[in-house]
Design a protein around this ligand. Structure first.
Ligand SMILES: *[C@@H]1O[C@H](CO)[C@@H](O)[C@H](O)[C@H]1NC(C)=O
Ligand SMILES: *[C@@H]1O[C@H](CO)[C@@H](O)[C@H](O)[C@H]1NC(C)=O
Ligand SMILES: *[C@@H]1O[C@H](CO)[C@@H](O)[C@H](O)[C@H]1NC(C)=O
Ligand SMILES: *[C@@H]1O[C@H](CO)[C@@H](O)[C@H](O)[C@H]1NC(C)=O
Length: 507
């Protein structure tokens, strides 16, 4: 009796401790509470509080929780963000613990003001050998590295399993393209590699790599999510089933009732298979998997693209009636292989390569069959310009450079042999429509010896070992060099806008 009474007497104290919340400090404040409290420790941050960190907040035992006091779902949720001047990208981590909970709290990587972190970790990294992680009602946005939220796989006998990710607001995550230092800026919304889990009712906006990326994730259901690309930065895919993990198994994955909207562009809505993405896996990915009752709209050339799948695929009841057509109205396919480009030309929003889909399958009506190996459904780009212009000294490049990648499949390159060539690539092969004709074996053997320069004097010149090759002779007149997607392909104008040279002139 006595010991039971003591136990009860302590309860009010525990209750008081749980109700108190943190209103200042940094990652050390929180990490010390997790370390000293051990399993089951709940760390609550007071509503309206912003905690700036210079290092990662780390779970240290089973059943720990981080949340905002009172579990608000609005902007009063506490904010965890990097301190200015800090290069931390991973704000929260926890590997190998059961029952972790991340609830009603915001993580802001502050990428727009603090910049991206090359090779940094995802904003939130949880998983490995664990059961029952729950992430709900959180915000994770502006990741400084490759993902706003990453759930990491465990081993075969020590799986990461039974994760619930629900009612979260994810994004924006990343930017399109490379930065000026050549570093990739893309980021995923949710990168998911656990199994037998549930990802539901999340709002993922402005992902630039994958919105929800399944790394196999056998037994996982993805349902009721809304995935919207950014209006300013294209996203590659909304839901990815393209990565090889679990020996390629996506057994019993169910993707249903998701709403996918391409604003600027989603290259692909749901990408399915080993050859559907820009890389190729070693072997086909395997089902059985079911993709059903998803709704697509907006700018998505390939709402569903399948290549490299076996072992069962059911794709039924998906609605692509509000996907914009024709695809050429908002995208270009200059970088696509011929079979994928053919699908794009047909505005084939449901697309597959029959040879790349073996085993039992049930594809809804409306799927267009590729007549060849239609790899890489993310090969399209947002609409390209019809022309590109350079002022004096604005173009000075080495060999193997694309000078202009233009709408309607017109590409002009300064090639490895020193030749400037304009191609019409609309059929998927590179058909030359104009060439400077000046080639030099020097450029092939020593690329650094050659350059292509719209000079300060207005002359457009290629050089090999310091000797002019192709010369437009426009020194003293030329002010602007323009590449066009129609004949004459290249022209130089003077300060009054008069053409002083084009490709029909001798040189
Ligand atoms: C899954 O995790 C939840 C906690 O999120 C737990 O309550 C439940 O028992 C777990 N289920 C299984 C089958 O382990
Ligand atoms: C579909 O998902 C929405 C949330 O996006 C939810 O409100 C609705 O109940 C779901 N419908 C079905 C049939 O599951
Ligand atoms: C399609 O192309 C990919 C990449 O080159 C290749 O790995 C795959 O085997 C091809 N598929 C078929 C059916 O040939
Ligand atoms: C490029 O080639 C295609 C196919 O031959 C042709 O229809 C199109 O007009 C060409 N484009 C230009 C700008 O000449």
């Amino acid at each position: 009796m006595a010991s039971r009474f003591q136990g009860l007497a302590i309860l009010p104290l525990l209750g008081f401790a749980a109700a108190s919340c943190i209103s200042s400090g940094d990652q050390n404040t929180i990490n010390n509470l997790f370390k000293s409290g051990g399993a089951g420790t709940v760390v609550q941050i007071c509503a309206g509080t912003t905690i700036s960190v210079t290092g990662t907040i780390t779970f240290t035992a089973d059943n720990q929780e981080i949340s905002t006091s009172g579990y608000p779902t609005d902007e009063t949720r506490a904010i965890i963000q990097p301190a200015s001047g800090s290069d931390v990208s991973m704000l929260l981590s926890g590997y190998g613990y059961n029952g972790l909970r991340v609830k009603n709290i915001q993580f802001d990587g502050l990428r727009p003001s603090l910049g991206l972190v090359k090779d940094g970790g995802a904003t939130i990294e949880l998983g490995q050998n664990s059961n029952g992680i729950e992430i709900s009602n959180i915000v994770s946005k502006n990741a400084r590295a490759w993902s706003c939220l990453h759930l990491l796989q465990g081993g075969t006998d020590t799986p990461c399993t039974n994760v619930t990710i629900s009612n979260n607001q994810i994004g924006p995550c990343g930017n399109e393209g490379l930065n000026s230092a050549g570093v990739s800026q893309w980021a995923d919304g949710i990168s998911f590699a656990c199994r037998d889990s549930l990802i539901e009712n999340n709002y993922v906006t402005g992902s630039t790599d994958g919105g929800i990326v399944l790394f196999g994730a056998p037994g996982t259901t993805v349902q009721g999510n809304t995935i919207v690309s950014s209006t300013t930065d294209a996203g590659f895919g909304a839901i990815n089933m393209v990565d090889y993990l679990y020996d390629g198994s996506y057994a019993n994955v169910l993707v249903t009732n998701n709403t996918i909207t391409g604003e600027k562009l989603f290259n692909v809505g749901i990408a399915i298979g080993a050859y559907a993405w820009s890389f190729n896996d070693d072997a086909s990915l395997q089902g059985p998997a079911t993709i059903t009752n998803n709704v697509f709209s907006g700018n998505i050339p390939f709402a569903i693209g399948v290549n490299g799948w076996t072992g069962g695929l059911t794709v039924t009841g998906n609605d692509v009636s509000n996907v914009n057509s024709p695809t050429s109205g908002y995208s270009d396919a200059n970088s696509c292989v011929a079979p994928t480009r053919d699908l794009w030309k047909q505005s084939a929003h449901l697309a597959y390569y029959p040879t790349g889909l073996t085993g039992t399958n049930n594809l809804q009506s409306g799927f267009v069959a590729a007549d060849g190996n239609s790899t890489n459904f993310i090969c399209t780009a947002p609409s390209l310009p019809s022309s590109i212009s350079y002022g004096l000294n604005e173009l000075n490049v080495g060999v193997n450079t694309v000078l202009a990648n233009l709408h309607n499949s017109i590409v002009t390159q300064y090639q490895g042999d020193g030749n400037i060539v304009t191609y019409n690539t609309s059929t998927g092969s590179y058909v030359p429509v104009w060439a400077s004709g000046h080639t030099s074996s020097v450029c092939s053997s020593d690329p650094s010896a050659c350059s292509c320069d719209f000079q300060g004097d207005g002359n457009f010149v290629t050089y090999a070992s310091g000797k002019p090759q192709f010369v437009t002779g426009t020194q003293g007149k030329g002010q602007k060099l323009t590449f066009l997607n129609q004949s004459p392909w290249i022209e130089i104008t003077d300060s009054a806008g008069n053409v002083v040279w084009d490709t029909t002139d001798a040189n």
